[in-house]
Design a protein. Structure first.
Length: 720
């Protein structure tokens, strides 16, 4: 190891001392607030602020920075030595000693090459000269090594990071963000962004760091809860749950689409596991699941949205009482005028809000006409009194007079109060049913639905929905429509008005799903979508064309970026995975991944005669891999049935193996058996694929095999 400069050793000691002082100072300030403040809201907000700050500073004691840049801006006399870390560190004069990686000037480290460079900040474009870019390896507060580099693409720190085990690599990635990833992380928050990234290109890394960057950049305008990351399943969320706090982005919302939708819908319904349908398709094949796939495809399409809109238009035109708005016999507004006001408001508002708007307009009209109406009611009362039959008994005449006076007196009294109750009496006649009941009516409108899909599919969809709702259950593919209806009919409460959504594994989302999420965002266009068409194993309800999503959801206003370099797997593994994918490359408009120049073992293909022989090979291989220091090892089979078969036969004591099923919510690493479709989004030190011949030459099986192969970071065994 080269001799380390005294300056760098002393510099680290100086910064660590500052961090300790900052921790002590913040602890004292936090204690003072708790002691002197009685306002619970202030205590809550300050607690969050200080506990997060103290926690980040404590982590900095292990490694306060990972890089340094020497940069001289054109309008400055002196060159600045800027150290970059996960959080800011200040000296006693409040001068910055370590710059947060999310600060504008830090982008020079990720994007800039030696010599002339620039960065963008709120003040504009800053140009200057970059004379040094240095990377540090600091462990447990000790300087181990440092290297001067030109670009970050293939530097030693990146190589070291890629060679780490999977349980530490995701947390260390901030130091090795690549230029193309950095541009996505720092992209304009208020323009929709679609990222097509190959397997292992760092989509999840980019998603997490983008959220962390936005929280930091807009901390004065938005709270962390205003940001949401949507991930494919609960144990994937658990897999990344420790990363956001590590990046200084505590309290950002993290949900699956099911959780996000059901929180808004607020219906007492159970969402059926979305993997059940995929499992059925995988196990039964295409022919036996044709209606299932066709149903999911229709419900994920914009055609379904158009059908719902057509149904709603008729519903809106029939929701009002078929009568003019009268007070006694005096007409205030005719029916067509009321309907026109409602229809105009519905163009931009929910039905509930539109009815409130209509109510306010009607009340204003009543208020403006109150004197005139009182005169009319008084005149009508006089006419009625004059028409009382004098031949009736005195008692009957008095009874009629009393009734006439009571009728008019109620109306006049309410008019003198502003007329709100009179309008409310009319509005109460408008009945809005529960969202799920309206959805049931929409689906059961057989004749109308037949204009959009064939009769067999109509029957299948109706029977399936009715059977599910009887059990208070709902399919995943019904969620989008119910969420859309909730938005159109009731609107959203303030707590759901998000500022930015990041969707990971977005290729599994359909057109209607993207459209609805964008509607829920109130069309503020603040959304980041990351996915890989090649991994679209839910293509029957997902998307295979980002340009179409851009067109129909964002009116071609989104930026589409590509991440084609694969960093997860060795070149040997990625090249083998590409050979599998090339079979559908042209048909699916797929770009093959470009592996970084990191090499390892060749992919090991093994033939075995029986299941017992396969089990023995896997047991021996797991022991061998553990001896190499690999901690996270996965046996990936095509479907759950095969996983169960392996789990029954394998020596669980020898391998310490666990079975990951559809119902699992927590991912704990270690040695696991997992079906191919649940492995998407995860990564393992080593992968053993069981039953190569069970993957056929159809689109779904090819994508499942590709997903399984690209989960491996360092080694891949394929057993047939």
């Amino acid at each position: 190891m080269k001799k380390l400069e005294n300056f760098e050793v002393e510099r680290l000691a100086y910064v660590l001392n500052l961090v300790k002082e900052e921790i002590e100072k913040n602890n004292k300030m936090y204690s003072k607030i708790l002691r002197d403040t009685e306002d619970e809201e202030v205590i809550y907000n300050m607690s969050r602020t200080y506990t997060t700050k103290i926690k980040n500073l404590e982590k900095s004691l292990l490694s306060p920075y990972f890089a340094r840049i020497d940069f001289k801006a054109d309008d400055e006399i002196e060159m600045k030595k800027l150290y970059i870390g996960k959080t800011n560190v200040f000296n006693e004069n409040s001068d910055i000693e370590v710059v947060d990686w999310r600060a504008p000037i830090s982008s020079i480290y990720y994007d800039g090459q030696m010599g002339r460079t620039k960065y963008i900040c709120p003040e504009g474009v800053i140009k200057g000269e970059l004379s040094l870019k240095r990377q540090y390896t600091i462990e447990d507060g000790k300087l181990i090594d440092y290297n001067d580099i030109d670009i970050t693409t293939n530097d030693q720190l990146l190589q070291n990071c890629l060679n780490e085990n999977s349980d530490t690599r995701l947390k260390n990635i901030v130091a090795t963000i690549q230029s193309e990833q950095n541009q996505i992380i720092r992209a304009n928050m208020f323009k929709p962004l679609i990222v097509q990234g190959v397997a292992g290109s760092g989509k999840t890394t980019v998603a997490l760091h983008r959220i962390a960057y936005l929280v930091y950049t807009y901390e004065k305008n938005f709270k962390p809860e205003d940001f949401l990351i949507i991930a494919p399943n609960r144990f994937f969320l658990d897999y990344i749950s420790n990363v956001l706090p590590d990046l200084g982005a505590d309290y950002v919302r993290q949900q699956t689409f099911e959780e996000f939708a059901m929180e808004i819908i607020e219906a007492k319904l159970e969402v059926k596991n979305p993997n059940n349908n995929l499992s059925e398709i995988v196990n039964k094949g295409k022919e036996k699941t044709e209606l299932l796939r066709a149903s999911a495809k229709f419900k994920s399409s914009m055609n379904f949205k158009y059908y719902i809109d057509e149904w709603l238009n008729d519903f809106y035109n029939n929701i009002l009482p078929k009568s003019d708005f009268k007070i006694l016999d005096c007409k205030v507004m005719d029916y067509t005028e009321i309907q026109d006001i409602l229809n105009e408001s519905l163009k931009t508002n929910s039905l509930k809000s539109s009815i409130e708007i209509l109510s306010n307009i009607m009340q204003k009209k009543v208020l403006n006409m109150s004197n005139e109406l009182i005169q009319k009611i008084t005149a009508v009362r006089k006419q009625k009194l004059e028409k009382i039959d004098n031949n009736l008994s005195v008692e009957n005449q008095q009874e009629i007079r009393k009734r006439i006076f009571e009728e008019s007196e109620y109306e006049i009294t309410q008019l003198l109060k502003g007329g709100k109750k009179l309008v409310l009496d009319y509005i109460k006649k408008i009945k809005i049913e529960r969202v799920q009941d309206i959805y049931m009516k929409i689906i059961n409108d057989k004749e109308r639905l037949k204009k959009y899909i064939d009769e067999n599919l109509v029957t299948y969809i109706i029977e399936k929905l009715n059977a599910n709702l009887r059990k208070k259950k709902i399919e995943y593919v019904d969620l989008t429509a119910i969420l859309y209806l909730k938005y159109k009919l009731v609107g959203l409460s303030e707590k759901f008005l998000l500022k930015h959504i990041v969707i990971d594994e977005a290729q599994d989302f359909g057109e209607f799903q993207f459209f609805t999420i964008n509607e829920v965002l109130n069309n503020n266009k603040s959304i980041t979508i990351l996915g890989d068409i090649a991994q679209g194993i839910y293509s029957y309800r997902g998307t295979n064309n980002w340009d179409r999503i851009n067109e129909i959801v964002f009116d071609n206003g989104a930026s589409i970026k590509r991440l084609d370099n694969s960093y997860r797997t060795t070149a040997e593994i990625m090249n083998e995975a590409n050979k599998v994918l090339i079979k559908i490359k042209q048909k699916e408009n797929i770009n093959l991944a470009i592996p970084v120049s990191r090499h390892g073992e060749k992919v090991n293909y093994i033939n075995a005669k029986s299941i017992d022989e396969k089990i023995k090979i896997m047991e021996e291989r797991i022991i061998s891999l553990k001896n190499k220091g690999y901690k996270n090892i996965a046996i990936i089979a095509k479907d759950m049935n095969s996983c169960n078969e392996i789990y029954e036969k394998i020596d669980k004591q020898k391998t310490e193996i666990k079975l990951l099923s559809e119902n699992l919510e927590k991912y704990e690493g270690g040695i696991t058996i997992i079906p191919s479709y649940l492995s998407k989004g995860l990564e393992f030190d080593s992968v053993i694929i069981y039953g190569y011949d069970s993957f056929k030459d159809n689109e779904l099986d090819i994508k499942l095999l590709y997903v399984a192969m690209t989960r491996a970071m360092h080694s891949l065994d394929i057993i047939n």
